[in-house]
Each structure stands twice: as structure tokens, then as C-alpha cells.
Design a protein around this ligand. Structure first.
Ligand code: AHR
Length: 508
């Protein structure tokens, strides 16, 4: 193609970087809008195929992503959720008002047992987020006991009375959410002390080893991370708490406009496209910032960093409840995801988990459903699927030695090419995005350190970045074979159309 840019990417297939935890491909499902009710859960009486009220077409579509973990019940909702209201016969469960999300009535029909059943259907590890903002230490402690304790105890007897004899495995436990805001409007030091107290009573029962995650910063709030790290490591205080927290979190959303006017998911100008990708690429700087603070307290990188909410956040679709955060998902969103994953892979020595917000019908979802049984796979879904080979693979170094000049807008720059690679079980997977919205990219994959065979590529693109999938055109953005893939003296050469994402797999 004549106006194509030329790039060269050196990939050292024989140099092992960190393991890319599969948990970097984690998910988040909150009692918000139509994520749980109408998305995952339709109730046993629904005419749609379901198991215990869980929508089976949703499960089937998500199983193809090998979802490693699912965070629940929030989000902001977590800090007003009282788990005991969500167990026992449904008719007896009290209702509450979901004050964060639309002030709608929550009937608690989807509770602990339903969530654990969902995780079992998906084959995903549960990540339960406990209530610090309006709950008690006892309430959180008893939830852990109810879920994970074996033998005999008050909570175990209650669990058995509700039909579950065996304890569940719950590896991941969140201690509050956004406690600087909706989770209690606390100061960092105040939360840090509280978090230590709550975490003390979240026990590891039997062989269920809780991985406790402290509620972390927003965006680039490094002071919050510093306060938590100080509290965890207790430097100089003489009473170091042992293993109270295994990780701390932070949240970062790609909001291209302002908080009050975020912009449309599907109707946007070229500058909005650039602004979005600039914001997405900022995740690299933000992770580096939090990691640097953590390194000062934890140079051996034993404490994990968890990005348990990320993704695009647009204005809601016209005519929908503003509190339900229902947005469309275009090719642009898919590129936001691919950029995030390249960055995640680079930081896999510190970043141990990430959860996209949210899985169904809310924010940057994988699936959009309707009540009549319609289900659409979003462009973002396809990036998760195409990148599956990176789960638990070894990251290998990727050097963009030749690439187009970065694009400049509003004093900020955006790289036009993004890439990452990994090796697992004799297979290499290379992910590469051409973010240039106007020009194709000729990319030489300069493959070093190993012989390779059987290269095969897949491509995700569309005629414009606004393209999205709908019930009438569900395949407008869907992966196809990458045909512009050829041998090159240095390895392989690919030609990527404008605004596209591709994966290349090899036997090595
Ligand atoms: O994902 C939507 C909301 O965003 C979550 O409830 C909250 O944690 C964050 O502000």
C-alpha cells in the first residue's frame, strides 16, 4: 500500500520476561444497570435458557474467553451491600435501594450462592469485594467464614442450611472499594488503618489462602499508594503486620472528554479518536508511577498491583437510564483494550491482575444483551479472545526500533504502533495494533533467538473506528484471517490496515 508507514519490531523470542498472569484478563460485574439483572441473571422463571436463573447464552459466549476471575458485587455497590440479605429463600430476602446506580430497588435475588454458581459455570475464580464503607468487621469476617470454612461453625451451619455443604474456594478478597470516594470518602491514612483491621479478621481457612487486596488509588494518585504501602510495610513502626495484604489496587478509566461530557461511544471526530488513544496509552505512565512508589517499600515486588477497574467510559446511549452506564462499544474501544494489554504485559512483574469494567451491558462490556434473548459480541470481546494465548505465558521483549513519528495533539503524543509478545508451550503470540486512523502500516517482525514455523495471523478492523456490532449487524467488527502476512529476511512482514489490531501465532 503506497501511503503505508514502515516499522520494524524486534522480538527476542529467547529472552524470558515475567509471566503474564491470566488474571490480567479478569472481569468485573457489579449490581449496576443491566450487568447482573438482565445480563448475567434472568431468574429461574425466565423464558430464556438458564441454569438457576443464570443466562446460559451469556455463559457460553464468555466461556470462549477463558475468564480467569470475576470481581463482584462492586464497585461502589460493594460498600452498601450486606451479604446476609442475599442468602436463603429468595422470597425472604429483604430489598434495598441501590443508591449509587439509578436508585432502583435491589431484591437481592442474585446473592452469594448465585455468584458462586456463576463462577463455577464460567470456570472463573471468584474475587469478592467486601464492604468497608457501611459494613462491619464482623460482617466481613463472617462472609469469609460462610464462604470458605470447612467443618462446623455458626456460618458453616447457615451455609449448609442454605444448600451448600462444601466450602467454596475464594482466592481473591477486596477490602473496600474506592474508599477515597463512594466507599466512604476517607483519607488515605484513615483507610489504611481501617483496612489493616478489616483484613486481620479475613481469615484463610483450611487450604483456602486469601489474597487480600486493599482498595487503592484513582488514576495517578501516588500519595494514596504511598500511604497504603507505608501502612502495609509499617516501616519504622516496630510492629510490622505480617502478610495482611497481598496486593493493592488502583482504578483507571479511559475518559476522553470531561467527567460531565464524556462523549459518544460511536459518534466521534478524528480528534476524539486521538484523545482516546492518548488517554489509553497513559496507563503505562500510571502503572510506572504506582510501581515506583511500591518499589521504594517493596523492592522484591512481593506486593501485587491490581487494576481492578479499567476501560472506556462514554456518555450513556441516548434514551437509557443515566445511572445504568449502558454504552455502545466500537472498534475504537477494541484498540483501547489492545493498547492496555500491551502495557499490562510489559508490567507483568508488578501488575498481577486487571479487571475490565464491566462484563455485560455496562461500560466497556464484552456482551450487550436484550431481554428478548438478543446477544451481541462487542469488538472488545474479540480482543480478549484473540489475546487468549498470552494467559500465563512468558512475556518476551519487544523493541519498536523503527516506527512512525508519534502523533501530537494538545501538547500530548500518541504512538501509532503498539505491540507485545509472549511464548508458552512452544507457541509464540504477537499482538500488534496499528493505531493510525488514516494510514496502513507495513511492519517487519524481526524475530530473533528462535526458529519458527507455521505463522498464522488474525485481524480485527472495520472501515472506520466508529464501527460497532448490533443485533442487525452482529459481525460488523469480527476477526478474520490476516492475509497480508509474508516471509521476510528478518522474520515476517505484515501489512495492517488503518485502525486495526492483529495477532500472529508461531510454533517456536
Ligand atoms: O464501574 C463503575 C464504577 O466506577 C464503580 O462502581 C466504581 O468503583 C467506579 O467509580
Amino acid at each position: 500500500m503506497s501511503n503505508a508507514s514502515s516499522s520494524r519490531v524486534v522480538i527476542d523470542l529467547d529472552v524470558s520476561g515475567p509471566t503474564i498472569s491470566r488474571h490480567l484478563y479478569g472481569h468485573f460485574a457489579e449490581h449496576l444497570g443491566r450487568c447482573i439483572y438482565g445480563g448475567f441473571y434472568v431468574g429461574e422463571d425466565s423464558g430464556l435458557p438458564n441454569e438457576g436463573g443464570i443466562r446460559l447464552d451469556v455463559v457460553e459466549a464468555l466461556k470462549a474467553l477463558d475468564i480467569p476471575n470475576l470481581r463482584w458485587p462492586g464497585g461502589c455497590f460493594a460498600d452498601e451491600y450486606h451479604w446476609k440479605d442475599g442468602i436463603g429463600p429468595k422470597a425472604d430476602r429483604p430489598s434495598m435501594i441501590n443508591t449509587h446506580w439509578g436508585n432502583v430497588e435491589e431484591n437481592n435475588h442474585f446473592g452469594t450462592h448465585e455468584f458462586m454458581a456463576l463462577c463455577e459455570l464460567l470456570g472463573a475464580d471468584p474475587y469478592v469485594n467486601g464492604n468497608v464503607g457501611s459494613g462491619t468487621v464482623q460482617e466481613m469476617s463472617e462472609w469469609v467464614e460462610y464462604l470458605t470454612r470447612d467443618g462446623d461453625s455458626p456460618m458453616v451451619r447457615q451455609r449448609k442450611a442454605n444448600g451448600r455443604d462444601e466450602p467454596w474456594k475464594v482466592p481473591f478478597w477486596g477490602v473496600g472499594n474506592e474508599t477515597w470516594g463512594c466507599g466512604g470518602n476517607m483519607r488515605a491514612e484513615a483507610y489504611a488503618d481501617l483496612a489493616r483491621r478489616y483484613a486481620t479478621f479475613c481469615r484463610s481457612y483450611g487450604d483456602n489462602k486469601l489474597y487480600r487486596i486493599a482498595a487503592g488509588a484513582s488514576d495517578y494518585d501516588l500519595a494514596w499508594t504511598e500511604a497504603l504501602m507505608k501502612a502495609i510495610s509499617c516501616l519504622g513502626c516496630g510492629r510490622e503486620p505480617k502478610n495482611i495484604f497481598q496486593a493493592i489496587s488502583f482504578h483507571y478509566y479511559t475518559i476522553a472528554g470531561s467527567w460531565d461530557s464524556k462523549g459518544s461511544a460511536t459518534e466521534f471526530a478524528l480528534d476524539d479518536y486521538y484523545r482516546t488513544l492518548i488517554k489509553a496509552q497513559d496507563i503505562d505512565r500510571i502503572i510506572r508511577g504506582h510501581s515506583a512508589v511500591m518499589d521504594a517499600y517493596d523492592p522484591e515486588r512481593k506486593v501485587g498491583l491490581v487494576l481492578d477497574e479499567w476501560g472506556t467510559w462514554w456518555d450513556v446511549e441516548p434514551g437509557t437510564n443515566p445511572g445504568f452506564l449502558f454504552q455502545q462499544n466500537a472498534l475504537r474501544d477494541a484498540l483501547v483494550a489492545s493498547v492496555h494489554f500491551d502495557v499490562f504485559h510489559r508490567h507483568a512483574d508488578r501488575l498481577v491482575m486487571a479487571n475490565i469494567a464491566q462484563t455485560v451491558n455496562v461500560l466497556q462490556a464484552m456482551l450487550l444483551t436484550d431481554d428478548d434473548g438478543g446477544l451481541v459480541l462487542t469488538p472488545t470481546y474479540h480482543v480478549f479472545e484473540m489475546n487468549k494465548g498470552h494467559h500465563d505465558a512468558t512475556a518476551v521483549p519487544v523493541h519498536l526500533v523503527e516506527q512512525p513519528e508519534p502523533y501530537e495533539l494538545d501538547g500530548k503524543t500518541m504512538d501509532l504502533l503498539s505491540a507485545s509478545a509472549s511464548v508458552k508451550d512452544g507457541k509464540a503470540l504477537i499482538s500488534v495494533s496499528n493505531l493510525d486512523p488514516s494510514s496502513p502500516a507495513d511492519v517487519v517482525l524481526d524475530l530473533r533467538g528462535a526458529e519458527f514455523r507455521n505463522p498464522a495471523g488474525r485481524l480485527l478492523t472495520a472501515s472506520k473506528p466508529q464501527t460497532h456490532n448490533t443485533p442487525t449487524d452482529p459481525g460488523a467488527v469480527a476477526p478474520v484471517a490476516l492475509t497480508d502476512l509474508a516471509a521476510d529476511p528478518r522474520g515476517l512482514r505484515v501489512t495492517l490496515p488503518p485502525h486495526s489490531f492483529a495477532t500472529v501465532s508461531l510454533d517456536v
